[in-house]
Write a protein that binds this ligand. Structure first.
Ligand code: NAD
Length: 684
């Protein structure tokens, strides 16, 4: 095993360097190295204290999560921390970059913490379905009190250095060189131990504790480990430190092999790898500093905000002066609200806005390194726009379309440089949604695609590479999902039952409430356009068409799958919809039957999994795990379920084949079965 910890000497102070690139993740080798170094510190009489520091530009930014699914090797982190506490000499943690999870627990086990400006500290374990397992729940409340510990651990908050200093989480911010500051701090502490374990915890009985608990449970209803974390934190008030540590470890050990933790780790790795695509080879992203956005509507202004937030200069271009003004106003109002709400400093807001330029002059496009088109969803309009871009954009600029459904190759064909054309499919609201599809056209150059993926990362989004097919990955999966829900309504379930069952499973919203929110008319127009080419044998549910024909286009018309009478807070069950559905069923001779919530959820999952298998076989999705990233980050699929592919793999080939035969029978003619074997066995 390569040594991951080195011990250097600075006079009588040992400098213990953790060197496990790229993020100095805690691992068996790191723990062994730390244990050996602490033993040297303890037994060497010429050493009077130590500094723990990370090589490179970070402390320990997390743990090697792959270890969490297996039996943990010795020494485990709590033993390393016990050794630090028992060594008889002061140990100072020198923090930079990120000190997260086990890394921050290690720091809390030291006698003091010195941080470089720009450091973030935190215990984000609950976002991975576990709780801190090396004393985090026991030491943190001894520093910040129970309410703040609940807030911090349950949300996985990352606390910046200045706030950490104020809260007492770090003792000093290093003005100059971190290592020297930490060594000086260790010298000051010579002969002293100041262990966090000896501090007293304020009471768990207070209105503030109750408030923090209920807020954490409310916000964390989607995080299975929240209650366990709260219990462990509150125990500090009445359980001795060592018993508290033992109880915390037992809960950690139980949760780390729970289903949720496996699912969340799966999602973590799928997201981490989403922007890395072996099929792009060594392609390096093109340099981008100046971005032009064409179209200042809903998407264009949202995209402009996302790009401004990431520090780019932005040119917002329109054909219509009034639309441009509305877009500029929307962007301004957005920053004003964030500044007023305290979410953004006034000067940071002003800096973002100062990087924006609005224009009606196409010649200005010549400055852009990347052009993102977000005009009306009509092929002719987009082709014309791309011709105009082609005429002025500089050679090598990446030209991107935000189309949701149109053929990217047909758009690229309007230019003399299809190799520079890619799709960048943002989701609405574009400055909020994490998912971004990067669409590969037939001629898209690898470095143009790499530019799209790099942009996504810089925008702090999750970019997923997709082939150029109707609906790409996300909207194709969602169409299969919605179609299945419509089948179930036709067979006997009411929309509200389908929505409730899927929400209980964990979806952020049910599909019919979502349809009402986004409007039923877009899909209606699309069905009308596709009517001539539809497979006449395939099952077709008329209910959505009938709703539209009745003027029920969703929330904007006050009626859709639900009613929205004046003054109502949300969707209301509407008898008129039941009657319309009953009429449609009778028209087809369907005798309604009752469907269980379990059937509803299972059919939705199977329909998505089947579509995912088709997307993989067609090469639209390159990796099965990308499907999970798309569903969780773009369509409200519950993260702690890991995603449909995780679910399918967990279910196993035999059960899934049986399930799929059952689904095919229920769906009737037109059901196209995907290759499940490939989906289940492909490496990613
Ligand atoms: P929108 O109608 O709100 O905005 C379109 C804007 O483009 C308008 O301001 C219009 O003036 C401008 N425009 C039209 N033709 C133009 C031209 N020739 N030159 C310059 N500007 C022109 O539409 P939107 O909802 O923002 O959608 C834009 C694109 O984004 C569409 O392709 C759509 O499919 C896609 N998209 C929309 C969503 C969504 O939820 N709205 C989500 C993902 C992708």
């Amino acid at each position: 095993m390569t040594p991951r910890v080195h011990l250097e000497r600075d006079g009588e102070i040992a400098v213990i360097m953790i060197d496990n690139p790229p993020i100095n993740a805690g691992s068996a080798a790191v723990r062994q190295g730390l244990m050996a170094a602490i033993e040297t510190l303890r037994s060497d009489d010429t050493l009077e204290g130590a500094v723990l520091i990370g090589a490179g530009n970070t402390f320990i930014a997390g743990s090697d999560l792959r270890e969490f699914g297996q039996p943990l090797t010795e020494p485990q982190l709590p033993s390393v921390i016990v050794a630090i506490e028992a060594c008889g000499k002061p140990v100072v943690a020198a923090l930079q970059g990120a000190a997260l999870g086990g890394g921050f627990e290690l720091a809390l086990g030291c006698d003091a913490r010195v941080a470089a400006p720009g450091t973030v500290v935190g215990l984000p374990e609950v976002t991975l379905g576990i709780i801190p397992g090396a004393g985090g729940t026991q030491r943190l409340p001894r520093i910040v009190g129970i309410p703040r510990a609940i807030r911090m651990i349950c949300s996985g908050e990352r606390v910046p250095a200045a706030a950490a200093l104020e809260a007492g989480l770090v003792d000093q911010i290093a003005a100059g060189d971190l290592r020297s500051a930490a060594v000086a701090h260790a010298r000051q502490l010579k002969g002293k131990k100041q262990r966090v374990r000896e501090r007293v915890v304020p009471s768990a009985q207070s209105a503030e504790v109750d408030e923090a608990t209920s807020a954490a449970l409310k916000a964390g209803k989607r995080r299975p480990a929240v209650q366990a974390a709260i219990d462990a934190i509150k125990a500090t008030a009445h359980v001795g430190f060592d018993d508290g540590l033992a109880d915390e470890r037992a809960v950690f050990q139980r949760l780390r092999i729970s289903r949720e933790a496996f699912a969340l780790r799966h999602q973590f790795f799928a997201e981490r790898d989403s922007a890395k695509h072996p099929s792009l080879g060594e392609a390096t992203p093109r340099a981008v500093e100046h971005v032009a956005v064409i179209g200042a509507g809903t998407m264009g202004s949202g995209i402009a905000i996302a790009v401004l937030d990431a520090g780019y200069r932005v040119l917002l271009l329109e054909q219509d002066a009034a639309a441009l003004e509305r877009g500029a106003q929307r962007i301004h109002a957005h920053y004003a609200t964030r500044v007023q709400g305290g979410k953004l400093g006034a000067s940071a807001g002003a800096t973002c806005e100062a990087r924006l330029k609005t224009s009606l002059d196409w010649a200005e496009l010549a400055q852009a390194d990347l052009v993102i088109e977000a005009v009306f969803e009509e092929l002719g309009v987009k082709q014309q726009v791309f011709q105009r871009i082609d005429a002025v954009a500089r050679p090598g600029a990446v030209l991107a379309s935000n189309t949701s459904y149109l053929d990217l190759d047909a758009i690229a064909a309007a230019t003399s440089r299809p190799q520079d054309v890619i799709g960048l499919h943002f989701f609405s609201p574009a400055n909020v949604m994490k998912l971004m599809e990067v669409v590969r056209g037939q001629a898209s150059a690898p470095d143009a695609l790499a530019t799209g993926l790099a942009l996504g990362k810089r925008l702090k989004k999750l970019p997923v590479l997709t082939g150029n097919a109707f609906g790409f990955i996300g909207n194709r999966l969602y169409a299969a999902y919605r179609r299945q829900c419509e089948f179930m309504v036709e067979e006997g379930a009411w929309p509200e039952q389908v929505d409730a069952a899927l929400q209980a499973f964990g979806f952020a919203m049910g599909p019919f409430a979502v349809a009402d929110l986004s409007g039923l008319d877009i899909a209606w127009r699309m069905r009308q356009a596709q009517a001539a080419t539809r497979d006449p044998q395939a099952r077709y549910v008329h209910i959505p068409d009938r709703l539209c024909e009745a003027g029920r286009l969703g929330r904007k018309t006050g009626a859709g799958y639900y009613g929205y009478p004046e003054g109502s807070k949300g969707p209301q069950v509407d008898e008129a919809v039941h009657e319309l559905i009953a009429f449609c069923r009778a028209e087809k001779g369907v005798v309604p039957r009752s469907l269980s919530d379990d059937e509803i959820v299972r059919r939705v999952l199977l329909a998505i999994v089947n579509e995912a298998a088709l997307l993989l076989a067609e090469g639209v999705a390159e990796r099965a795990t990308d499907v999970d990233v798309v569903l969780v980050n773009g369509y409200g699929f519950p993260r702690w379920e890991g995603g449909p592919v995780f679910w399918a793999r967990e279910r196993g080939a035999a059960a899934l084949q049986d399930d799929m035969l059952w689904l095919a029978g229920l769906c009737g003619p037109g059901f196209v079965a995907g290759d499940l074997h490939h989906l289940l066995t492909t490496e990613n």
